[in-house]
Design a protein around this ligand. Structure first.
Ligand code: FES
Length: 151
């Protein structure tokens, strides 16, 4: 359990009230998911019941209780992207990464998710990697795109 990392995160939020989601975001950014032991430590240090923390975690699908890869790849399969061939982009992502949507590569480099409309329909088909939006992605570009993020 990495208490030092949690203490550092909590130090950024002197007021817990109204900041719990922000705290959980920081914990997830640090670990790439929300480890149970660390969540229990957050509960202990903040005085927020662990049940309340879990209800927040379960409500927002941005939060994950399962380990995620260092890079989160989200392929949009919303209507506009679907029409522009997003399915083929997703198939190529799955082929190159050798995982299915919802899974993480064994080397923990990538997690692959499907999402529905990220509000970038004019860029369809769109892919988001971490904070970067990539537009008009073709299956042929997938390998090159992923290579930029591989560590
Ligand atoms: S449908 Fe993909 S960005 Fe809107």
């Amino acid at each position: 359990m990495d208490a030092a990392a949690i203490n550092e995160i909590l130090a950024k939020f002197p007021e817990v009230k109204g900041n719990l989601i922000g705290i959980l975001h920081e914990v997830q950014n640090y670990f790439h998911y929300l480890p149970e032991e660390e969540l229990r430590y957050v509960a202990k240090k903040t005085g927020v019941p662990i049940t309340q923390i879990y209800s927040i975690v379960n409500f927002y699908n941005r939060f994950s209780l399962k380990p995620k890869g260092k890079n989160e790849v989200c392929v949009c399969l919303g209507t506009a992207c679907h029409v522009k061939g997003a399915e083929k982009v997703m198939n190529e992502m799955q082929r190159v990464l050798a995982i299915k949507a919802g899974e993480t590569t064994d080397d923990m480099n990538f997690s692959l998710e499907e999402v529905r409309c990220i509000g970038a329909c004019s860029l369809a088909p769109a892919v988001v990697v971490n904070e970067d939006t990539h537009g008009k992605v073709t299956p042929r570009q997938v390998g090159q795109l992923l290579a930029k993020y591989k560590v």
